[in-house]
Design a protein around this ligand. Sequence first.
Ligand code: PEP
Length: 276
Amino acid sequence: MSPAIRQKFVVGNWKMYTNAADARRLAKAVVDGMGAQERVSVTLCPPFPYLALVGEILEGSRVALGAQNLYPEKEGPFTGEVSPTMLLELGCKYVILGHSERRHKLGESDAFVNQKVRVALAAGLDVILCVGETLEQRNANQTEALLDRQLTCGLADVPADTLTRLSIAYEPVWAIGNLEHHATPQQAEEAHTVIRRRFAQMFGKKSAQALAIQYGGSVKPDNAAALFCRHGVDGALIGGASLIADQFLAIVRAGINASQTEEKSSSMPQLTKPVA
Ligand code: PEP
């Protein structure tokens, strides 16, 4: 598959952190710190109760609003749940689905994640689908099989004309919020290659080339640059570091630098034969 330049995509997943005042401060600091750059697409995903107030701060800026979850029905007797239409009404463009904390702590199955993906895309939301193996699965050499399963099930019956509104976040479960175990840039690149290959089998090479695949799992300012310069690593889904504006902005800057380097090297003449 020939290399393609895709815009880097950096997303902050605030999980169940912040309060109203912190959410306001954090969103404002990100908007102010972003300036007018267009190289990296940036999205913030606050907890449900702060979507409206963060949405107001992001309005008119280059930072998009995303949600961390949804329920796959338009409305109904689903106490405590939030529908895609409600998220759209609040100004959400994106929704994170299939996060490992929901799969593993709340028991979400591949089939349920798939239902959410299809309903979200049909409603007009852009989906960030999270996939990734546990440490046991990696140690048992099951990473590829697991990614295959999560993609095959999670993307079953997704209409081809919605694929441009889909991105994948590769998040090895063992690297999330973990200061001892990090995925190396090499491991991230290998997993992204597996994901893009499987996506190409499912939806064709053209869709796979256009697909943004983010890495997620303890991305920090000091490892972001090494990850972003890897082939097929198109950005990051960030938990912990997205709660500290300076760290999040430093990761965005690493994305901008990586994009500039990619642009430069793609405009250099390509050698078709090895130099003797
Ligand atoms: C996440 O929860 O999606 C995540 C990647 O978290 P962290 O950056 O804290 O590992």
